[in-house]
Design a binder for this molecule. Structure first.
Ligand code: M6R
Length: 602
């Protein structure tokens, strides 16, 4: 997974390319590069490291009205200068940036080498400019050469290319995202909308097989066969400010603080007079569903666990499967199975693969995602958007909250529709209290002592998170967040499982965060006390009168609410603890080592 950008229009492209790449760094930050066309050849500038390293390596602003750019998350070859994109053919006439994986690059490379092409990198991508060059020598037409080149590729790609002497950008998409931005007098291409949101909100989401040729005054869109295609122009309703860091030191902190508003957006119009109103899914939509299978990864998997507990308690047969394990872990699937893919980005390769397999087996598919136009939204039978707004920090925060709320609402619709299921008795109360959730998050943000607590326990051996019922997915999420950005050892457990092994790790140097939701807290308390008697400090995360408050060192307090929402509030406190611990440890919070926001390789 990587981010690619391209821009053509009037004026210099370099500044736009660099700032676009900064907006896409969440997709990878191992290396960065640009190539611009300036009438005296294609100039490539690239280096290992972040976009800021690329910027400081430029001793002048490269000039050209068109160019391409790339920010990399390494798959083939280490993050070196040589492996950074753009890659070129031997003469340096064709420059290419690529997001995806070329599976048959070994054999293509061998053939090209036999024909005299010289390679400089370990990447799979480098075969592409050489192929374009090879076919350009057989035809005068670069578009034809690009088509012939991609015809030989196996794998997934979003590619943008520029060629010496041509005022054009050529781009193709198959299996990796690519969006065309239509500016007033310039065109953009990018892996994701935030790259050009400062310039335009008019976009075309390209389809697999689409080939685009951008020229300064026009663009041409054709399908894989070369037939002109019309794609609808959509207006993105994300505010450019949503995609920036604003007054915050880190995107993660901004996104934690954005939750009152992102949650309000998620809920807006979906609960009407005590009834669920999911515009896309009127009552009866799921009348033929008898089993729900959730597939997801990482934080989205934890949100799916949250949703699945609610669904089971409403009497719907439910499985939750880690998307990467779908092949071996799935039970029977038929036309009455609803396969629900939960994915913020809508591009996670494991999740896409699982949902495709579910569809192949006859299941009906539903994407619960944040990104309109994402691959999963387009490939699934239906999509339900979590409406959290752009999330840039690699650590998922506001999207977890919005996913969990969206799934809770979906649960209600399913429970009403699925024969023999029934919404929980306290549905009215649950929906009524949902309206207060954004304000409750605000209260936490204003009153939390998470920073002080993070400081107090800094340097501990391990950090454990326990919870029961809906507290369990929150314990897993709390631990994932903590380890992901602090690099400290953290684990989450169902509270009752502590004594079945993990208790051996518990010492006075391992603080335990005990999550209380107001439901199933008895087990959490018993197990917290057992750990405490082995010396572990206990931090309760729950309402002021949570049952662990009287034995805990301290409570990270959440406002009183329905148990279904309490876990989400506890999670906000845990997000803050992780954030402050990582900040005190001076970790690169928005770009944790070895990670990237959307993982588009299996
Ligand atoms: O885009 P997705 O929701 O499909 O991403 C799934 C995981 O890669 C993601 O949730 C990851 O675990 C988070 N970055 C953790 O904070």
């Amino acid at each position: 997974m990587c981010g690619i950008v391209a821009r053509i229009g009037r004026g210099n492209a370099t500044e736009t390319l660099l700032s676009s790449l900064e907006s896409l760094e969440y997709r990878g930050y191992d290396s960065a590069g640009i190539a611009v066309q300036n009438g005296s050849g294609v100039k490539v500038h690239k280096c290992s490291g972040e976009v800021s390293d690329l910027k400081s390596s430029l001793d002048h602003e490269p000039h050209g009205n068109m160019g391409i750019g790339h920010t990399r998350w390494s798959t083939h070859g280490p993050p070196t200068d040589e492996n950074a994109h753009p890659h070129t053919d031997s003469a340096g006439d064709v420059a290419v940036v690529h997001n995806g994986v070329i599976e048959n690059y070994d054999e293509l490379k061998a053939e090209l080498q036999e024909n005299g092409h010289e390679f400089e990198s370990d990447t799979d991508t480098e075969v592409i400019p050489h192929l374009i060059d090879e076919y350009r020598s057989e035809t005068d037409d670069t578009e034809t050469a690009v088509r012939r080149a991609v015809d030989t590729l196996e794998g997934s790609y979003a590619i943008a290319a520029i060629v010496d002497g041509e005022e054009a950008v050529y781009a193709v998409r198959k299996g990796s995202p690519l969006v065309l931005g239509l500016g007033a007098d310039e065109w953009y291409l990018a892996s994701d909308v935030p790259a050009f949101l400062d310039h335009t909100d008019e976009v075309i989401y390209l389809e697999d097989g689409d080939v685009v040729v951008l020229e300064p005054d026009s663009y041409r869109l054709t399908d894989a066969e070369g037939t002109p295609v019309e794609r609808s122009v959509e207006t993105v309703d994300w505010d450019p400010e949503d995609a920036g860091k604003g007054e915050y030191d880190h995107y993660m902190l901004k996104e934690i603080h954005n939750q009152p508003s992102s949650l309000a957006n998620t809920i807006d119009g979906r609960v009407d007079d005590g009834e669920i109103s999911l515009e896309e899914f009127p009552p009866g939509t799921f009348a033929d569903v008898d089993t729900v299978q959730f597939v997801a990864c990482g934080t989205s998997y934890h949100a799916a666990l949250y949703g699945s507990q609610l669904l089971r308690s409403a009497g719907v047969r439910t499985d939750v499967i880690r998307a990467s394990e779908y092949e071996t872990a799935t039970g029977p699937v038929d036309e009455n199975t609803l396969v629900v893919a939960v994915t913020q980005s809508g591009e996670t390769a494991d999740t896409l693969d699982a949902v495709r397999k579910g569809a192949d087996r006859g299941g009906r598919t539903l994407a619960v995602t944040n990104v309109v136009g994402s691959t999963i939204a387009r490939e699934s039978d239906d999509a339900l958007y979590i409406r959290a707004g752009p999330e840039v920090g690699v650590a998922a925060t506001k999207t977890f909250s919005s996913q969990a709320v969206t799934l809770a609402l979906l649960t209600q619709r399913l429970a009403e529709d699925v024969p023999e299921a029934s919404p929980p008795g306290d549905q009215a109360e649950m929906l009524e209290t949902l309206a207060d959730l954004p304000a409750h998050v605000e209260t936490i943000l204003e009153s939390t002592h998470a920073e002080e607590l993070a400081r107090e326990y800094l340097g501990s051996e391990s950090y454990f998170f326990i919870g029961s019922g809906l507290g369990h997915p929150v314990s897993l999420e709390g631990a994932l967040k903590f380890k992901e950005i602090t690099y400290e050892h953290a684990e989450g457990f169902a509270a009752g499982q502590l004594k079945h092994g993990p208790l051996a790790l518990v010492t006075e140097e391992s603080p335990i965060f005990a999550i209380c939701t107001g439901n199933a807290d008895g087990k959490t308390k018993t197990n917290a006390i057992e750990a405490q008697s082995r010396g572990a400090p206990i931090i309760a995360v729950g309402s002021a009168d949570n049952p662990i408050a009287d034995v805990a060192e301290t409570t990270l307090e959440i406002p009183d609410t329905h148990p279904v929402w309490a876990g989400l509030l506890a999670n906000v406190q845990l997000q803050l603890v992780s954030y402050h611990a990582a900040d005190l440890l001076e970790r690169p919070i928005d770009k944790p080592r070895n990670l990237a926001k959307s993982v588009t390789v299996e």
